[in-house]
Design a protein around this ligand. Structure first.
Ligand code: SF4
Ligand code: SF4
Length: 424
């Protein structure tokens, strides 16, 4: 079916037929997982709209920004300091992909046993399916896990790639490395955009991104109420959209959603029965449209009340100190904030274990589901220590490893249901 965006997609060199197939599958999937929920808040209409226009209106906005001289910068990881991008008047978009389509193309250049997230973004590029990637003036990678690090070498043959070196430990020399990388990135962004990053602009950007993080924290506080007022699926979607939508609009819309949620909490209305087990997810990020595991959990009678993940609390836990006045002091504040990220790529990574236990206690969960993407070694190996830490805290954990395919849905559901029996 022709759409008003066909010309734009054609100009972006998308494979129109395959892209239409992707949007059809996405629409059906969204209908089954999201629109079928009962008692959703009115504010979730914003989520429905953003998702329905994610490759349409939002891409049109990016093209308009480009026509006005602004650059579009894509990133895969929460380590990329968005504040520097915004301070150069560029647009920052998340490129992590959560769909299996394109995997076949990816397997032409990557080993089959590569994590689904990596295969997905490479596949989206090779199969010409992602208008975000095609809109980017620069794609920023990072040296987090080996899979991503090496995949960017291949990706660089198809897109303008810049790679940031992320430290693997948290000693003083690692902080020095990260500060140097922050400065190198600042220079690169200035070169690509032709804009100087000043203290005034950076201060504004720090406040803007902090405001979005604060809003997501407000949402996380409200969703933790008893009874649970919003599904885990909807909160995951909010977090996913935070990587795509304009930050000012997003923060305003989520503020409205939170006001509605607050009223619901005060009147004691929930989306799940009071005795529905409260679960927390922990582990690998779930990029849009990866809704598989939360859907399995919630359609089995439990409710997700927290995500210890980059598309979740790991991205909102820490704010950048807003007190700095000079450019160098602001860069230091950025360095310190980003060094607190507790990705499994770090060694040792004891703070992640502490965060998981504290979060699980805080949210009064009946159990934790550790989510690992198949072939993701950092999170798979770390899940052993997570299990031990939770066991010591007497909180049950189920470790799941899966990818984006639907083949194992039945098997996962059986395991989740058995876990729920146990925690009940
Ligand atoms: S899990 Fe690690 S590598 Fe992945 S987005 Fe988060 S910080 Fe980046
Ligand atoms: S999920 Fe694991 S293997 Fe995949 S990109 Fe993230 S850290 Fe790397």
């Amino acid at each position: 079916m022709p759409t008003p965006y066909d010309e734009m997609w054609e100009k972006l060199n998308l494979d129109l037929e395959a892209h239409e197939g992707l949007l059809t599958v996405l629409g059906k999937f969204y209908g089954d997982i999201y629109l079928s929920q009962e008692g959703r808040l009115q504010g979730t209409e914003y989520l429905d709209f953003v998702l329905s226009e994610v490759h349409g209106l939002r891409i049109k906005e990016l093209q308009d920004a480009k026509a006005a001289g602004r650059k579009v910068i894509g990133a895969f990881c929460v380590f990329v300091p968005e504040e520097l991008v915004l301070a150069a008047d560029a647009v920052c978009v998340g490129l992590c992909a959560g769909a299996e389509v394109g995997s076949e193309a990816a397997e032409q250049v990557l080993p089959r046993n590569t994590c689904a997230l990596i295969k997905s973004f490479v596949g989206f590029k090779l199969a010409r399916l992602c208008p975000f990637i095609e809109s980017c003036d620069l794609v920023v990678g990072e040296t987090t896990c080996d899979g991503k690090k090496k995949a960017y070498e291949i990706f660089a043959d198809y897109a303008p790639v810049y790679v940031m070196e992320i430290p693997q430990m948290k000693n003083a020399c690692d902080r020095d490395l990260w500060k140097a990388e922050m400065l190198r990135f600042k220079a690169k962004i200035e070169e690509v955009t032709g804009q100087a990053i000043t203290a005034v602009k950076l201060k504004e950007a720090i406040k803007l991104v902090n405001a979005r993080r604060r809003m997501l924290r407000r949402l996380n506080r409200l969703r933790a109420a008893v009874p649970v007022p919003i599904s885990g699926r909807d909160v995951l979607l909010v977090n996913q959209i935070s990587f795509y939508d304009d930050p000012v609009r997003f923060t305003k819309k989520i503020d409205e959603l939170c006001d509605e949620l607050e009223a619901k909490v005060i009147s004691g209305q929930g989306v799940a029965p009071l005795d529905a087990p409260r679960l927390m997810l922990s582990g690998c990020p779930m990029a849009v449209p990866n809704w598989k595991v939360p859907y399995i959990i919630e359609s089995s009678g439990a409710v997700v009340v927290g995500e210890e993940s980059c598309i979740g609390a790991r991205n909102t836990r820490d704010l950048v100190d807003e007190g700095a006045e000079t450019l160098d002091a602001m860069l230091d504040a950025l360095v310190d904030r980003y060094m607190k990220i507790d990705c499994a790529c770090f060694t040792p990574n004891a703070e992640r274990l502490d965060h998981i236990v504290a979060m699980a206690r805080d949210l009064q969960v009946a159990g934790v589901i550790h989510y690992g993407l198949s072939f993701c070694q950092p999170y798979a190996i770390e899940s052993f220590k997570v299990g031990k830490a939770l066991e010591a805290a007497k909180i049950p954990m189920l470790a799941i490893e899966t990818d984006y395919s639907m083949e194992d849905v039945g098997q996962l559901k059986t395991r989740v249901e058995a876990f729920l029996e146990m925690v009940r």
